[in-house]
Design a protein around this ligand. Structure first.
Ligand code: HPA
Ligand code: ZN
Length: 341
């Protein structure tokens, strides 16, 4: 097999992952192990039967399964094991820093306290920091199919732990749930001193990206791949340097694009937008960050300078300090030295 030096450089480069839902890293074997451990039943007879159900038509068909599987997450140890399993996979793909989403509203109604999920995620992250020096940030997301009132009630449960979360996000069913529905919640999150992000322009129209920018005042857009349908928006995203956390395999698996060759990543990059590559829900969508990089490279055959740019964008678009970022970019420069021209 012909080796691709550009791909090899990209896979081993230091990089950040900025769009991954920890519940979406739950692999079938861990799901069944936790189901047994907690006496919870899954709606599938076996790991193979569960994996066979990963044949999604759209975002909602995925979310239905994703929320059902999340029922196995109950104890602090469950969240620890999930986090450590994800970070183990991520560091093998060169991830040195991960900003991780979780969905408190998926767990709180089942009696899982915010303190429990948070402590488990933190202890998993601590172990990865000790083993590999990885750094992490935690970003609770509000479920947009639920009400503003529910989001405010959730925020009230999070507030006692505010110094242990690093921002807020917005996820779940996009169509029919525009960012404007959460303008007041996000204003409060910003008042509390936290940066905010939102899923927008995945299945929803470009106007949802505009709302996320103007009404929620987000620091990054999660997905945003439908921005290409609005030329003025494309130019604005580029001019304002708004990072997009693009998830290529997710978009193909959820039928946003029929196949990778039709993905809008090349148009976003050509417009000068700060795109990053991420895995979203890697257990469900066919792979972790490295698999996303391989799939993008198989479709677009990018030279090293494009991979340098994508990795650099990921480090710079993170919520890490300027000092941390400068150190990481120096490592990235050394990694690509001599290969970019
Ligand atoms: N979009 C919206 N909500 C989600 C996703 C996604 O890709 N993954 C998990 N929750
Ligand atoms: Zn997502």
């Amino acid at each position: 097999m012909q080796t691709d030096p550009s791909l090899a450089l990209a896979l081993s480069a230091p990089k950040a992952e900025l769009h991954v839902h920890i519940e979406g890293t739950l692999e079938p074997d861990l799901a069944f192990a936790l189901a047994r451990r907690n006496g919870v039943s899954l709606p599938y007879a076996s790991e193979a039967a569960l994996a066979a159900a990963y044949d999604f038509e759209d975002l909602q068909s995925f979310l239905d399964l994703y929320y059902a599987c999340a029922d196995v997450l109950v104890t602090e140890a469950d969240f620890h094991d999930l986090m450590l399993a994800y970070l183990t996979r991520a560091q093998a793909d060169g991830v040195i820093h991960a900003e991780i989403f979780f969905d408190p509203q998926t767990h709180l109604p089942r009696g899982v306290a915010f303190a429990t999920m948070l402590a488990g995620l933190e202890s998993g992250a601590r172990e990865a920091a000790q083993r590999w020096g990885m750094t992490t940030r935690l970003i609770p997301n509000f479920l947009r199919h639920l009400s503003e009132e529910d989001a405010f009630a959730t925020l009230a449960q999070i507030e006692p732990y505010l110094d242990r979360v690093d921002g807020f996000g917005l996820d779940s069913s996009e169509r029919g749930h525009p960012p404007s529905k959460f303008a007041r919640v996000f204003a409060r999150c910003r008042e509390l001193g936290k940066p905010v992000v939102a899923h927008a322009g995945e299945e929803g129209p470009p106007s949802y990206v505009v709302e996320a920018l103007d009404l929620l005042k987000v620091s990054r857009i999660d997905h945003g791949v439908r921005a290409v349908e609005d030329e003025a928006l494309l130019q604005r995203l580029a001019a304002e340097g708004v990072p997009l956390t693009v998830c290529p395999l997710s978009n193909v698996r959820l039928c946003v694009f029929e196949r990778m060759e039709l993905h809008t990543l090349p148009k976003l990059l050509a417009a000068g937008i700060r795109a990053t590559i991420n895995s979203d829900d890697p257990a469900y969508f066919g792979g972790y960050l490295g698999d996303n990089i391989r799939a993008v490279q198989a479709a677009f055959h990018y030279p090293p300078e494009v991979w340098y740019r994508l990795c650099r964008n990921s480090l710079e678009a993170s919520f890490a300090s300027d000092v941390e970022k400068a150190g990481w970019v120096a490592r990235l420069d050394a990694h690509f030295a001599g290969a970019r021209h």
